[in-house]
Design a protein around this ligand. Structure first.
Ligand SMILES: [Zn+2]
Length: 274
């Protein structure tokens, strides 16, 4: 089991590599001392992995709580087993996002983390219930799936919302971060640059969609379907990924619709609004 120590955090790589999770989920154990340790995102129900997590917690005086960044399977898979083994509570944004959570975490709440505090930062977008956790002194952010050390972050409506996602990225820009520990891939050591890149990438994609819709604005039948937009914009990717790309285009279109810039017609055809 791969385990590294970064500043005050132990990072254990869960044995769940895949196309969607990259090398696997980073499970983080931090804090300790009189208030006990905290584990973030116990990802899979696998004995050797959970024992590694418990061992990392024991070295810090025992795990007292389980935090969940969001209710996707690759972040919660080991939570129930770990709760059973340790008799501790599971904390998540809401029971709507995670029905088996014991406690809900409001934005801004402080959680003991050894010599410093962990602040709950509500960062919806990738999923409606997404939380990040900020180590207040070291300015290290545990970012779940808001950013990825490798690969890309998918926003799939209706549980994902691009407008909220961009607002969450802008919120992180205000936090004076030193580094970001993502749930997948290596630690991000240039957070400001990476946040700016993420925002720029989404806005560039949005502009491509607007330009594509502009090209058909003059034709008789109103608008374009999402598969047609994907054909235009993602001509350089594997056709197997077109379904995923279509969901991303939908996320953009819903954001633009919310801003009154595009309209959805019959037969799911989209066009620009004047
Ligand atoms: Zn996720």
């Amino acid at each position: 089991m791969q385990e590294i120590t970064y500043k005050s955090c132990s990072i254990i790589l869960a044995p769940n590599p895949s196309v969607m999770t990259g090398p696997g989920t980073n499970t983080i154990v931090l804090g300790g001392g009189i208030e006990g340790a905290t584990v973030v995102d116990p990802a899979v129900d696998q004995r050797e992995y959970l024992e590694t997590v418990i061992h990392a917690g024991a070295a810090r005086g025992c795990i007292r709580r389980i935090l969940i960044t969001h209710g996707h399977a690759d972040h919660i898979g080991g939570a129930l087993a770990l709760r059973e083994m340790l008799g501790v509570h599971i904390y998540a944004a809401s029971r709507r996002g995670l029905p088996f959570a014991d406690c809900e975490l409001p934005d801004g709440m402080l959680i003991p983390a050894g010599d410093e505090c962990l602040r709950v930062i509500a960062t919806p977008g990738h999923r409606f219930d997404h939380l990040s956790f900020l180590l207040e002194e070291s300015r290290t952010l545990i970012a779940g799936d808001l950013l990825a050390g490798t690969g890309t972050v998918v926003i799939i409506p209706p549980e994902g919302n691009l407008q909220e996602y961009l607002a969450s990225l802008h919120r992180l820009q205000q936090l004076d971060l030193n580094e970001i520990i993502p749930a997948h891939g290596p630690i991000i050591k240039d957070p400001q640059q990476r946040l700016a890149d993420y925002i720029a990438h989404r806005l560039e994609r949005e502009q491509q969609i607007l330009t594509t819709l502009q090209q058909v604005a003059a034709t008789i039948e109103p608008g374009m379907t999402i598969p047609a937009i994907v054909q235009q914009i993602y001509h350089d990717i594997d056709p197997q990924l077109h379904m995923m790309a279509g969901k991303s285009v939908l996320a953009h279109l819903l954001k633009l619709e919310g801003e009154g810039r595009v309209k959805c017609h019959e037969h799911e055809r989209w066009s620009l609004l004047p």
